[in-house]
Design a protein around this ligand. Structure first.
Ligand code: BGC
Length: 734
């Protein structure tokens, strides 16, 4: 067990005020050092230094977890930083993710016994191993000093104030908290890293006279600025888009000020926030200390270190850009926790958003470790009666269909992608308790008006929840989660009989209350049930009793899509399944038409409006250039990026025939509006590549199969057996 478990949590008076505090300790290394290891953590986010040099703890450590129950600690080799003789270790802490943790809950919470509900704290243990084999340990305790820093304010929503002229008063003794270390867990998730860097692409002078820097890509991260030696103030404000007149726009950040203020005293230095991040493409220069030199500023993308495993490219530039935006949507929102968006006063682990995007996410990047850690937090915040909350880390007890079902659907999706049954066994109890909650509270749960519904669907004007009745969505997801839970129970060899009964019961409810059009109209006075999302869910969740009924439902969906001018009306719930519901049921052409549509509403509409990430709303920027309501208009929301799943699975046709692609089927859907598609996915069994090209009257398919992976292809209905290596199949275009 690491020595950190014997250390003390320490804090400072006033640490709730957003200023960054530095905790430090002078110590002697009495002999030559062989190895030095730092274990450290914080409530808030922290940096660590030894003798003024960075100890290489990752940005925004220790990440965001259910701090009441779980705080990750990091272990760093600092051998090269310690010298024989006097040394100083210092840890600086800002509030970091605590702004979300506190602001969305009505009541203050205790994150650590004895800690001010909004305050920060640190803990560490420095283990020294001397050349002669003896050891020494330096741990946080009442002998540490704490003082204010030049970081006068750091808040993930409001931004940073750094005053280089501020001379901190002498440090005082830190206070030792009466908290134990039982909540500490060793780093579980992917560490956070700095990734791409973007220089200023253009300096824009807007019609309103603002100077705006355009970095060309909407990212999550921060700026790195070389501050020149002129006394004065630099103040910068972050934004995602310009308005229709070309002016800087940031009202969609709502209460988040998202501003960096640097007070310069004349010395030259490099500024980079260490305790906050922003979602932005544009930066407005409100004040600047002297001449603005664009080369002095760059934007740094910050997100969890995940291995890229999926790639897609085709002959259509718009689709390639869409795919790139899907990737950036993931990069921008996989910063330790899968967030809804990275810019406004939200940035929370909304479970529904993660649920709809998880299958695509798991193909783009290896996200197993990322989700394992987040699911640990989900387990930690599951209520005693089995409720899974709508945000994780959570401060609410409320549930919603399709959001809370993330607890079942995400482990299933991860299992299908990576074939590792541990993700099922680790979360099995949580899933069982959720399904039990649904069984025990079915009537109340279904009738709960607070379900989010088909969030942001277009089938009813100016209404967040869409038209599809919430009760129907709730029953459909009860059935879906239960069905997947049964499948996972079988994989683990667990009993599932009573859940089969519940599953049949849910299907009966669909049959009885939600399938007869005239009966529904007679009892409800309208036909609001029969939306695109309604048909999509029934088809995708297998909620039909015969092939005939399935054909009828898919024909209706197809007619409905074509009938409104070949466009979608679905929201968060229906969209991820929409194209699959069409292509799995004989309407691939319609699915392609939806994907290739450029006019509003469609995926390519936002591409044609210059999007570089995925928008929250189909009409984030309307056709006349007006912006959707400031209250809910993120330009970096990955949910609709779930379409990337269809690009891999149907356009390129890469499908696991067994979990983890231990066996694979290539079944690409060719459409003459494209001339080629190429995609690859690195799986636990090797890399799969699928390619097709239309050459004259023929289509040439090339499938690459790793050794020892049974594989087949289905091309225009005909089956082919594939062997390891490259398989080329040339067939006539029907
Ligand atoms: C978030 C969504 C989330 C929703 C719940 C919003 O504020 O940004 O993405 O899923 O609330 O409906």
């Amino acid at each position: 067990m690491d020595e950190i478990y014997k250390s003390k949590w320490i804090s400072a008076k006033g640490s709730a005020d957003n200023a960054v505090f530095e905790y430090s300790k002078r110590f002697f290394a009495h002999k030559k050092i062989k190895k030095a290891t730092l274990c450290s953590s914080a409530i808030g986010v922290y940096t660590a230094k030894i003798n003024g040099a960075n100890a290489d703890v990752y940005p925004l450590a220790p990440g965001w977890t259910m701090y009441q129950y779980r705080v990750q600690y990091q272990k760093t080799d600092v051998s090269s930083l310690i010298k024989e003789g006097e040394n100083v270790i210092s840890l600086s802490v800002g509030r970091g993710f605590l702004c979300q943790a506190v602001s969305h809950d009505g009541t203050p919470r205790t994150l650590l016994p004895g800690l001010d509900p909004s305050g920060t704290a640190v803990i560490c243990s420095l283990d020294l191993l001397y050349d002669d084999g003896s050891t020494e340990n330096i741990s946080t305790d009442g002998t540490w000093l704490v003082g204010e820093t030049k970081w006068r304010s750091c808040d993930m929503y409001d931004g940073d104030v750094y005053d280089s002229t501020f001379i901190p008063p002498s440090p005082v003794s830190a206070s030792v908290l009466p908290a134990g270390t039982e909540t500490l867990v060793f780093q579980e998730g992917c560490e956070i890293g700095e990734h791409e860097r973007f220089g200023v692409k253009e300096v824009i002078l807007t019609p309103r006279g603002e100077t705006v820097l355009d970095f060309g890509q909407n990212i999550t991260g921060y700026l790195q600025i070389k501050v020149r030696a002129t006394a004065g103030v630099c103040r910068l404000t972050y934004g995602e888009v310009l308005d229709k007149d070309g002016n800087f726009y940031r009202d969609n950040y709502r209460a988040a000020k998202a501003q960096t203020t640097i007070i310069c005293g004349g010395g030259e230095f490099v500024f980079k926030p260490k305790f906050s991040f922003y979602g932005f493409r544009y930066v407005r220069v409100d004040e600047w200390n002297g001449e603005l030199i664009p080369d002095d500023i760059c934007a740094v993308a910050v997100y969890s270190n995940m291995e890229r495993i999926g790639n897609f490219h085709c002959s259509h530039d718009g689709l390639n850009k869409l795919y790139e935006n899907v990737i950036w949507g993931q990069k921008g929102n996989f910063l330790d926790v899968p967030t809804d968006c990275p810019q406004r006063d939200e940035r929370m682990g909304w479970t529904g958003d993660a649920q709809v995007f998880s299958s695509c996410a798991a193909k783009n990047f290896d996200v197993l470790r990322f989700f394992e850690k987040w699911l640990s937090d989900m387990r930690a915040c599951q209520k005693d009666d089995g409720r899974i909350p709508v945000v994780v880390p959570s401060y609410w007890a409320r549930t919603s269909a399709a959001w809370s079902d993330a607890g079942v659907i995400i482990p299933y999706n991860l299992y299908m992608q990576y074939g590792d049954a541990r993700i099922i066994s680790d979360n099995y109890d949580m899933m069982r308790r959720w399904i039990d909650y649904l069984r025990n509270n079915f009537d109340d749960y279904i009738a709960d008006k607070r379900h989010f519904g088909d969030w942001l669907a277009l089938d009813v004007p100016d209404e967040y929840s869409g038209k599809t009745p919430k009760e129907f969505i709730a029953v459909a997801f009860c059935a879906r989660s239960t069905e997947l839970f049964i499948e996972m129970s079988k994989i683990l060899g667990k009993e599932y009989e009573k859940y089969s009964e519940f599953y049949d019961f849910c299907r009966d409810v669909i049959r009885r209350d939600f399938s007869d059009e005239s009966a529904y109209e007679a009892s409800h006075g309208d036909s609001s049930l029969f939306t695109q999302t309604y048909y999509v869910l029934r088809l995708s969740f297998g909620l039909y009793d015969s092939d005939g009924e399935r054909a009828e439902l898919s024909e209706k969906l197809n007619d409905m899509v074509l009938g409104c001018g070949t466009h979608l009306t679905t929201g968060f719930v229906g969209t991820p399944y929409l194209l699959f519901a069409l292509s799995d049921n004989g309407y691939t052409k319609t699915a392609y038409s939806l994907l290739l549509r450029k006019e509003y509403p469609s995926w390519l509409y936002q591409v044609s409006r210059g999007a570089t990430t995925m928008w929250e709303h189909w009409d984030g920027i309307k056709e006349n250039g007006d912006l959707w309501d400031d209250k809910m208009n993120s330009f970096n929301h990955y949910a609709y990026g779930s379409v990337g799943d269809w690009m891999y699975s149907v356009m390129a046709g890469i499908k696991p025939a067994r979990a983890g692609y231990g066996e694979v089927v290539f079944e690409p859907a060719v459409d003459k509006r494209l001339s080629s598609v190429l995609a690859s996915i690195k799986t636990p069994h090797g890399t799969l590549i699928s390619k097709w090209e239309i050459c004259g009257n023929n289509v040439k398919f090339t499938f690459t199969v790793p050794e020892n992976v049974p594989a087949s292809a289905v091309i225009f209905g005909e089956k082919y057996k594939l062997s390891a290596g490259e398989n080329v199949i040339d067939v006539k275009l029907p």
